[in-house]
Write a protein that binds this ligand. Structure first.
Ligand code: PMP
Length: 291
């Protein structure tokens, strides 16, 4: 990933991709004082850019640091990365972290850095393939309590258990893992939120200890506009047998139907298709411009 051609915005400058480096004594690397975003551009427009930028700033505040750029400057930097790399349809990754001036746990004086990279990350599946659904395994790791970690931040430290869970799922032949929370309730996948459909009702876990995804919020609005009743509630794993369809949402995953979670089976159908179509329509620039 580090040996590509291209440009990365790094602390206010466009740097050649291969030169966008940091020191090994970076605080963010040792103590996870790092927050990031993931957003996609469609046809040259970054979908919900301002919301992603605001979440990045919010995540940094949750970790007790401040990004030294305004939301307008961060938005402009994201657009500049698209332009420098001549990209129109891609994924963008802003990341902010505490630098390397001191390597003790307290690090208020360390410089806060910001970098933004972008690369082509197409949707993996055609509509036909997507509608077959992906297979999920239950994760061994549980999402921690909000009293344990700032769980509403998109912070690097929260991803340790995601990587472990995803590796375990892939080793066992699954696409991803579904995580329960510290109470044993259904939470989310390793990089996406989860929804369940029964008739015209859609149920999704309350995001009280995991990321309330921007795609999740978008899909809730779209589903309501399509006439679905959307209910956010605590869902126990044994309740999953009540549902016909299941799907994941996320910037990278977009709307991805699920066919299997452990012993539970789902058949992606009209509900998933309706929401995939609605989301595809929502992210196209003509729609964004009209909003
Ligand atoms: N949960 C986790 C753990 C994630 O990494 C993501 C992806 N950012 C999501 C949910 C979905 O968030 P969004 O829709 O904002 O991409």
């Amino acid at each position: 990933m580090d040996q590509r051609d291209g440009w990365i915005w790094f602390d206010g400058e466009m740097k050649p991709w291969k030169d966008a480096k940091i020191h090994v004594l970076t605080h963010g690397l040792h103590y996870a004082s790092s927050v990031f975003e993931g957003q996609r551009a469609y046809g040259g427009e970054i979908f919900k850019l301002r919301q992603h930028t605001e979440r990045l700033i919010y995540s940094a505040r949750q970790l007790d640091f401040q990004i030294p750029y305004s939301a307008d400057e961060i938005d402009a930097a994201n657009r500049a990365v698209l332009e420098a790399n001549k990209l129109t349809d891609c994924y963008l990754r802003p990341v902010a972290w505490r630098g390397s001036e001191t390597i003790s746990v307290p690090a208020r004086e360390n410089t806060v850095h910001l970098a933004i990279a972008a690369w082509v990350w197409p949707s993996y599946f055609t509509m036909e393939e997507r509608l077959k659904g992906i297979r999920l395994m239950w994760a061994k790791w549980k999402r921690p309590s909000p009293e344990t970690i700032p769980s509403t931040a998109k912070a690097a430290g929260l991803y340790m258990i995601c990587t472990l869970s995803k590796h375990a799922a892939m080793d066992a032949g699954y696409a991803d893992a579904l995580m329960l929370d510290y109470r044993g309730l259904v939470a989310e996948a390793t990089g996406a939120n989860v929804f369940f459909i029964k008739g015209d009702e859609i149920h999704t876990p309350l995001p009280d200890c995991f990321l309330n995804g921007i795609t999740r919020q978008t899909v809730i609005e779209l589903a309501r506009a399509k006439g679905f009743k959307v209910i956010e509630r605590h869902i126990k794993p044994e309740e999953l047998s009540n549902y016909d369809e299941c799907f994941l949402t996320g910037t990278a995953a977009e709307v991805t139907p699920v066919s299997e979670i452990g012993d539970f089976r789902f058949t992606p159908g009209i509900g998933c298709k309706t929401l995939i179509d609605a989301y595809t329509d929502a992210v196209t620039p003509k729609r964004q411009a009209a909003e």
